[in-house]
Write a protein that binds this ligand. Structure first.
Ligand code: PMP
Length: 283
């Protein structure tokens, strides 16, 4: 929690400082990743590093490190941290330069990592589920980039918080996109449905794992555009992310989802996910 890495140096988090003209600070010009770590093992690290690469490619920033260097940095930070379960936050910005929208020439990217605590849901929270609200997805057209400029996501998430809920389910042109900081799944008549990866959503690592588990365990599933009507008449609604894992949404805009309690498929998928995690940790 208190350890960090900044531009070649391991140091206490409190001492990790960047100049005010870092483009991450003045423009939000950078990308990030959050890797959950269970029993000291980063979960699906290759997938996270692949997604980091595609975010960097999308913002036309050269990856400052090869995969083995990233792995070494991450494992060193994980080793320094006492907690067995934790997370690793990785951020790369376009570096420090005079304030100008144009890409700076010759600026070195800023590389920052630290290990925030991993706060997953308790058994009680999972049993209760959470409520969510809907909002128009007014973000830009490149939601597939894991950009640090999260202002829209922050404002949209706050709408849920202000309503005493956990997440904002976003709808764009009558279709489900994703949550403010999660992917959203719908269950109807035993069939799991998820919107297909596109530039209008971030493809979550958890999203991929859920679909892999559905495939491996014969859970009927469809990856296709999901309408607002399907969201509103769902038997089950889930939010998924590295920290929330699979969390049932039991009320949407004040109306119960299905029976108003976590549904059977959410419970089954959560059990599959927990087993899968344990297998990965043992491997
Ligand atoms: N969409 C958005 C907008 C997110 O912020 C997140 C969480 N980072 C996700 C989806 C889920 O991604 P993951 O499963 O990799 O945590």
């Amino acid at each position: 929690m208190n350890n960090a890495y900044l531009n070649g140096q391991f140091l206490p988090l409190a001492e990790a400082k960047v100049p005010a003209l870092d483009r991450g600070f003045v423009f939000g010009d950078g990308v990030y990743e959050l890797v959950p770590v269970y029993s000291k093992k980063p979960f699906r690290l290759d997938d996270h590093l692949r997604r980091l690469q595609s975010s960097l490619d999308a913002i036309r920033l050269a990856n400052p490190h090869a995969g083995d260097v990233w792995r070494e940095l991450i494992l060193r930070l994980v080793a320094q941290e006492e907690a067995a379960d934790q997370s690793v936050y990785i951020q790369v910005t376009r570096g420090v330069a005079p304030r100008d929208h144009a890409f700076p020439e010759g600026a070195a990217p800023t590389v920052f990592l630290f290990t925030p605590p991993l706060v997953t849901a308790t058994v009680e929270q999972k049993a209760a589920g959470v409520c969510a609200v809907t909002a128009v997805d007014y973000r830009w057209q490149r939601c597939d980039i894991k950009a640090i400029s999260l202002l829209a996501n922050i404002l949209l998430r706050q709408q849920a918080i202000d309503a005493g809920c956990a997440e904002t389910v976003m709808l764009r042109d009558g279709f489900l996109s994703e949550g403010a900081a999660s992917n959203i799944f719908v269950v109807k008549d035993g069939v799991l449905r998820a919107p297909p990866p596109s530039h209008l959503m971030l493809t979550g690592i958890t999203y991929d794992v859920v679909l892999e588990l559905a495939q491996a365990h014969g859970v009927p599933h469809e990856v296709r555009a999901v309408t607002e009507a399907e969201v509103r008449t769902a038997d089950e609604l889930w939010m998924t992310s590295s920290t929330r894992e699979i969390m049932a949404i039991v009320a949407l805009d004040g109306a119960p989802v299905g029976g108003g309690v976590p549904g059977p498929l959410a419970q089954r998928m959560d059990a599959l996910y927990q087993t899968f995690k344990r297998e990965v940790m043992r491997a």
